[in-house]
Write a protein that binds this ligand. Sequence first.
Ligand code: PBG
Length: 331
Amino acid sequence: MFPLHRGRRLRVNESIRSLVRETSLSPADFMFPMFIAEGENVKVEIPSMPGIYRRSIDLTIEEVKELFALGIRAVNIYVKANDDLKDNTGKEAWNPNGLMQRAIKAIKTACPEMIVMPDVALDPYSIYGHDGIIENGDIENDKTTEALVRMAVSHAQAGADFVAPSDMMDGRVLRLREGLDQAGFHNVGIMSYSAKYASAFYGPFRDALDSAPKEAEIEVPKDKKTYQMDYANRIEAVKEALMDVEEGADMVMVKPGIAYLDIVREVKNAVNVPVTVFHVSGEYAMIKAASERGWLDHDKIMMEQLMCIKRAGASLISTYFAKEAAILLNK
Ligand code: PBG
């Protein structure tokens, strides 16, 4: 009777493997992060992210229509603000005619069914490259939160379906919920970056937006470790996610992805809202770089990583591979 169990019986061919497969991927599992720039007919490739561009609004809406046709149903949007608009208050963030607000309006007009989730954090607008307002050498939590509420309400006024706070200030989900409700936006959701780690995987993103923490004439933190989480910690991620759900988050996020799948599963088991995962810029750059050298098979690694993120517990994956993966899945 040896061996009693032959696990290989369920792996004999692709048909049986497909019958017992526990996880599947579809284009609707993805959200595509997009970088927006001023101007017209602008499409600039990010050097550390081959295949990813900063686009002006006109070209962005063309891309959004293509994404929708491929089955992608959500975009996360980030803007590159001009330097002369940056200060330590972040006030450009809630300018009703700002680049973000114009982008939201244009996308929702061109493709009303695409779910638009603008990023809520001050870093694109901060002269210091931080996610909030600096006072006495650190980010002032509660003043920053007030600024984020103004920002989120301006996104809702422009037509955003969801707002996505990526700043990691304490209590901001509660304030955002109150602020949106008071302004009449009960149906605008919150996808909170709940367990966002202080990670070196964000490097290429900061190149894309020129948003890395900068030297300054006043004392400023040299990194984001006083607000983003310590990657040695696991229990703290559960605490952050549970707090955000209690404060009214409709979805929570874990970020980055691949090196943090234990956190994804832990959070998934703890909360009763959809868990999203951000497969971030550095993860994208690594696959592109290794496959350019012929060291890894691009498409296979891409699909393996996305499937493993889903298996770990993600309901949605924000990934720069969204378009490429959707094209493969539609074949
Ligand atoms: C900033 C923000 C960052 C990312 C999303 N929102 C960078 C940071 O925290 O410095 C990173 C995304 C990526 O690396 O793809 N609020």
